[in-house]
Design a protein around this ligand. Structure first.
Ligand code: DX5
Ligand code: ZN
Length: 235
């Protein structure tokens, strides 16, 4: 069990509500702490950390050290660090991210033959459990683990890069995903989300809206966060 132990029930409540989660992938890493503080100040409570391994997706990004570096800042603001693992064999990395202070860990159903095992491992670590599916993966890939999810993540671009256009076909998957997991579970969209695309996702059943470039490529990330939050009437 991590010493951070998923921080009790608070992150679960955060992930169940309507929220915009700024993704630090598009932040200025030379000023990372400052940029995260700006969006927290504006009201963001879920901070999305994209972990890429150069195998599941071509780029390599960050690991547990960055999660640890942000953990206290986010926790002190009453927020949650949501780690999105775009890595092969995520089960091998769960304990390191939980120990680094991840409140929630999401892995890809395509990245391991052991989806249920990995989901349970995350639950045992004390973190909230998320499973993601790529645009080409059917919603049914989550059917057998639907009962243990805190977050079901529907990729709305192919994973690997920020700044890609929203794949409109994703909208057809969201009502089926919501029906599968029920209410109170986060149905998350990630990729190409901004104040124009978020409302349609909300209508289709999404409740968690990851936004990277729309927030951090803005001159005022706090205001950009607020614009998206208002578009979906986020908490
Ligand atoms: C992409 C990542 C996203 C990324 C989204 O693979 O999972 O979280 O930051 O970036 P935008 O919001 O720019 O599409
Ligand atoms: Zn992501």
């Amino acid at each position: 069990m991590s010493t951070h132990a998923g921080a009790g029930s608070a992150p679960r409540e955060l992930l169940g509500g309507v929220r915009v989660a700024p993704s630090i992938l598009s932040a200025d890493f030379g000023r990372l702490r400052e940029q995260v503080a700006e969006v927290l100040q504006a009201g963001a409570r879920v901070i999305h950390v994209d972990v890429m391994d150069g195998h599941f997706v071509p780029p390599i990004t960050v690991g547990p050290l960055i999660v640890e570096a942000l953990s206290e800042l986010v926790r002190d603001a009453g927020g949650a660090l949501e780690v999105h693992l775009m890595i092969e064999r995520p089960e091998r990395q769960v304990s390191a991210f939980a120990a680094a202070g991840a409140h929630s860990i999401t892995f890809h159903a395509e990245a391991t033959p052991h989806v249920a095992y990995t989901a349970n491992l995350i639950r045992e670590s004390g973190a909230c459990v998320g499973v993601a599916i790529n645009p080409g993966t059917p919603v049914g890939a989550l059917a057998e683990v639907a009962d243990i999810l805190d977050v079901a993540l529907c990729m709305t671009v192919n994973p690997g890069w920020g700044g890609q256009p929203f794949i409109a076909h994703s909208l057809a998957k969201l009502p089926r995903l919501r029906a599968l997991v029920g209410e109170g579970v986060g149905v998350e969209v990630d990729g190409g989300i901004d104040a124009q695309t978020a409302p349609g996702c909300l209508q289709a059943g999404a409740s968690l809206f990851v936004a990277g470039s729309a927030v951090f490529h803005s001159a005022d990330p706090g205001e950009a966060y607020l614009e998206i939050a208002r578009s979906v009437d986020a908490e």
